[in-house]
Design a protein around this ligand. Sequence first.
Ligand SMILES: [Zn+2]
Length: 147
Amino acid sequence: MNLIKKYITMFRADMKEAMTRRCGLDELNNFIMLIGFIFVLIALFTSNWICTLFGAIFIVLCYVRVFSKKLEKRQKENSIYMRYMGGVVAFFDYYKLCIKMRFRTMQDTEYYYFVCNTCHQIIRLPKGKNKISVRCPKCSQTFVKRT
Ligand SMILES: [Zn+2]
């Protein structure tokens, strides 16, 4: 029993050590995974084998990149991707943050949360103030908000 435990802890330590020197989920991998998922979803609904194949290819590609040890190469790929798609990634990140803040506002009884559309800073306002003019603390842009 103890021997098994020992091996498990050794294995875990190895895994942890191994993962720190690997690519992991960078922006490019998120994108590859998303494309893979879209193909898999289409394949599920249409049972089209080409979509299944493409889905599998993208998901395998993502796994290969996640576990890749050639960090420099992977970072180079990601920086090329970010050079062309950085704006799109930032755009989606902004909307994801907006939706998150919408949910937070719904759960919070005292505060209203929103995201500055220029610098993406989260701004918190007390609820029930009706129309209010606020300035972003980070980029000084002013907004008129209804809370
Ligand atoms: Zn701002």
